[in-house]
Design a protein around this ligand. Structure first.
Ligand code: NDP
Length: 331
């Protein structure tokens, strides 16, 4: 038998465990051209919350009573597909199942000798790509500029800040606890950081920590935190809109400030993106990330939660900031 996690109900507000359902299935049979996969690591990501809503987006919504899918690292247990052998490890967008059958489409083999398997869901996966390509393609960072990062102690944010430092910028992070503020400076090399949970006036705090203004803002959270940034942007600033986790659970989108006057008077650029926009640039991004990792210029953190059953809670915990770096479930 093998367990599967289905979306039982569409969450209202913050997801709860009752929105998910566990079912037992018999281990699937492997037909010609197929492989049997055993899940080792599951990526839980804030964007999955958007797929739980029944609305049109860049990716179709999850269907009720069907498995959730996300980035997964799995081991090939049996192969009737010439491209895969028993014992291979693969990465791909797969179902929240302990075991599943695949025809191999969209799966990439990963090298367990080169890096810990979980890293292929983070720094050597979507997280690293999002950080590198969002920052370089839209942020266009220049040496000596100031980079401000929200969600800075998370998977994407912690990598963005480090890349900013490698490229010679002054980097300031925004995160939700004093522990994270310390971590940003001690482990990720940020020049300074702000705890938004203990700061009454974010616009003032940003002005103090970014005395030369903000040239590049990498936004992972949206909402009030990002509203405060507009008061501090410089002429020709670039605002990279990567995520808006602060509003993902809202049933009605909160009102925010009018951003147009800030963009106009500063000739600033604000651009959203989806990492899939840059598929053609994945190889060069991976090469650069791998090189910096190998040279020890880049580091990463993971919050690894143990056990398949813990997957829904690990996902929910993202919205309470329980993770430092990439949140991953080890099955
Ligand atoms: P993280 O590892 O950053 O985890 C989420 C973090 O968000 C939490 O740790 C928490 O940190 C913070 N957070 C939660 N609720 C709030 C809130 N109300 N206000 C402010 N911060 C909050 O996740 P990822 O690095 O995987 O993703 C970061 C962002 O990037 C997300 O918004 C995600 O959707 C987006 N994303 C976008 C992609 C794209 O293609 N555009 C691709 C991948 C991710 P804290 O303790 O600091 O509050």
């Amino acid at each position: 038998m093998s367990k599967t996690i289905l979306l039982d109900k569409r969450p209202e507000g913050k997801p709860t465990k009752s929105d998910f359902k566990f079912v037992n299935e018999t281990t699937p049979e492997v037909n010609s051209g197929e492989i049997l996969l055993k899940t080792h690591y599951i990526s839980v990501d804030p964007y999955l919350r958007g797929r739980m809503r029944d609305v049109k987006s860049y990716i179709p919504p999850f269907e009720l009573q069907k498995p959730i899918v996300s980035g997964i690292i799995a081991e090939v247990m049996e192969s009737k597909n010439k491209d895969f052998s028993k014992g291979d490890f693969v990465s791909g967008t797969l179902a929240w199942k302990e075991q599943q059958v695949s025809n191999g489409d969209g799966l990439i083999k990963v090298d367990a000798e080169r890096a810990p398997l979980s890293a292929y869901l983070g720094i050597l996966g979507m997280t690293g790509l999002t950080a590198y390509l969002g920052l370089t393609e839209i942020g266009k960072p220049k040496k000596g500029e100031t980079l401000l990062v929200s969600g800075a102690a998370g998977a994407v944010g912690s990598v963005v800040g480090q890349i900013g430092k490698i490229l010679g910028l002054r980097v300031v992070g925004i995160a939700g606890s004093d522990e994270k503020v310390t971590l940003l400076k001690s482990d990720f090399g940020f020049d300074d950081a702000i705890n938004y949970n203990t700061t009454d006036n974010m616009a003032k705090a940003i002005a103090e920590k970014c005395p030369d203004g903000v040239d590049v803002y990498f936004d992972n959270v949206g909402g009030d935190i990002s509203d405060a940034v507009f008061y501090n942007i410089n002429k020709k600033a670039r605002l990279v809109i990567c995520g808006a986790i602060s509003v993902y659970n809202e049933t009605e989108l909160p009102k925010s400030i009018s951003v147009q006057p800030f963009l106009i008077k500063n000739s600033a650029l604000m651009q959203g993106f989806i990492i899939f926009d840059y598929v053609d640039k994945y190889p060069e991004a991976m090469k650069q990330l791998g090189q910096w990792l190998g040279e020890g210029k880049l580091t990463y953190k993971e919050t690894i939660v143990e056990g398949f059953e813990a997957t829904p809670q690990a996902f929910i915990d993202l919205f309470d900031g329980k993770n430092k770096g990439k949140m991953v479930v080890k099955v």
